[in-house]
Design a protein around this ligand. Structure first.
Ligand SMILES: [Ca+2]
Ligand SMILES: [Ca+2]
Length: 470
């Protein structure tokens, strides 16, 4: 990007800080989506002996969020969509609000009806159920408002959680028709601004983050086709970098004036990958042939309408054009953001694209950025050079990883689909400390709050107190 590089010459680097609620795990992945707790949580191992309490929890892939002594969770059961507030001390339910499913929305596993984590600002708590709407309660559980935003037109469902700042709820809805990001007044539900997004080929699934840069509050978001920043006050686009994302899932992590973000390397997908979808083997996929799969139907319709001739079928030329046009370079990227006289500019400093996770987000700590790949392969890279510092396999935890790493600033916690929890000493020579097998699948990213560790498996919630005196 020579033009952007030229623009950047002579720009003043301004320090930036993480935005809001540093002490609270108030949103998906905690403070500013970093996955890092400001208070110590871990001892030198993790064991069942450290479980302070555990309870059965209804289904849902969302993570626990916390504000002071209250925990919040979303779940679903049949046609009910539930927002629950629990006591930090013992997990006891303080209040619960149940909402009736309004219609069926698609959700490809690991997405489900309660994938999105709630968000809290100490005044209100907000939950987003795609088939029911955006719901907002006060801290005592009184419903303030509910707003249906559907029907949606997503390929794999919805996983981008709402975030909250300055009394605004920000929500990215990266569906395959009319995708947008919008801000709603947290008190009334009134729409404050709404901005179109690029449609992408398979949609977007990433939760935005809030940062302060040069005195301005920016919403930074991995959107289909671009990493983009908006002014929180107006939704006005502040910057964008093209070619980083295709079907974003992970959360971007902002530190100083750099943005770290990871998704799988962008590789061309041949039409043959759909194989059996072409039932009559004529080399063309007709909508009628994929009626049985809502996700595939929407993909074919998207390609035919967006990259083809809208004749109800997709041939190889249309397919290749879609993926050729939109395909990102992918991998783990570091973007530098600068500002001068109110104008922002962004450029890619480095990329690593050998092997990067599909869903799990990056974790940035000190001068290292960590990613966890399937098979329990943990990589750390130097944040300045992008060079791999250490690549190794976690001890006894070789499964698939959907949950993102979290840390208390000294140690990392990693959770896999097999239910194994690995504790790792952070650093350039990181090392596995212990592995605990909960013997039940973990999709949700663990949460760290007030020195406690919250781990949601498919049926239970565990609260670990690793620092309690024995
Ligand atoms: Ca066919
Ligand atoms: Ca066509």
């Amino acid at each position: 990007m020579p033009m952007i590089r030229t623009i950047l010459v002579g720009l003043i680097l301004l320090p930036t800080t993480g935005y809001t609620y540093a002490q609270e795990w108030a949103r998906f992945r905690g403070p500013s989506g970093t996955g890092i707790s400001s208070s110590p949580c871990f001892s030198n191992d993790l064991s069942l002996g450290q479980v302070a309490w555990k309870l059965d929890l209804a289904s849902g892939g969302s993570s626990i969020v916390a504000w002071k002594e209250k925990l919040f969770t979303t779940s679903y059961d049949g046609e009910s969509r539930v927002l629950t507030c629990m006591a930090e001390e013992d997990g006891k339910t303080l209040w619960s609000q149940s909402f009736k499913q309004l219609r069926k929305e698609t959700a490809t596993p690991p997405n489900d009806a309660a994938t999105c984590s709630p968000v809290c600002d100490g005044s209100v708590v907000c939950a987003w159920f795609p088939d029911t709407g955006l719901v907002v309660c006060d801290m005592d559980g009184r419903l303030l408002w509910q707003k249906d935003l559907g029907p949606l037109y997503s390929m794999h469902g919805v996983s981008a959680s709402p975030i909250l700042a300055d009394g605004k709820i920000i929500l990215a809805v990266d569906q395959l028709q009319a995708p947008y990001i919008a801000a709603f007044d947290a008190g009334s539900g009134k729409e404050l601004w709404k901005v179109d997004r690029l449609i992408g080929i398979t949609g977007g699934y990433s939760t935005p983050v809030l940062v302060e840069v040069a005195g301005k509050s920016l919403v930074v978001s991995a959107a289909p086709g671009e990493m983009v920043g908006y002014e929180l006050s107006s939704g006005e686009r502040a910057f964008s970098v093209a070619g980083l994302t295709n079907a974003p899932v992970g959360v971007p992590v902002v530190h100083g004036n750099r943005i770290y973000y990871s998704e799988p390397p962008g590789e061309p997908i041949p039409m043959e990958a759909l194989g059996p979808a072409d039932q009559n083997k004529d080399g063309v996929i007709e909508l009628a042939e994929v009626k049985g799969s809502q996700g595939t139907f929407r993909l074919i319709e998207r390609i035919d309408n967006g990259f083809g001739n809208s004749d109800g079928q997709v041939d190889k030329t249309e397919w290749d054009k879609a993926f050729g046009t939109f395909l990102n370079n992918g991998g783990l990227s570091c973007v530098e953001l600068n500002e001068r006289q109110g104008v922002f500019a962004a450029e890619v400093l480095w990329r690593y694209s050998k092997s990067t996770p599909y869903i799990s987000s990056v974790l940035m700590l000190d001068d290292l950025v960590y990613i966890i790949n399937d098979g329990g392969v943990l990589l750390c890279l130097d944040t300045t050079s992008g060079e791999v510092v250490k690549r190794g396999r976690l001890t006894g935890a070789t499964g698939q990883y959907y949950a993102s790493p979290v840390s208390d600033g000294k140690k990392l916690l990693l959770a896999n689909l097999a239910g194994q929890l690995s504790l790792v000493e952070a650093g350039r020579e990181w090392k596995s400390l212990s592995t605990l097998d909960l013997e039940e699948s973990i999709v949700a990213t663990p949460s760290l709050h007030n020195g406690k560790i919250y781990v949601r498996t498919v049926t239970q919630l565990f609260c670990f107190d690793a620092l309690k005196s024995k």
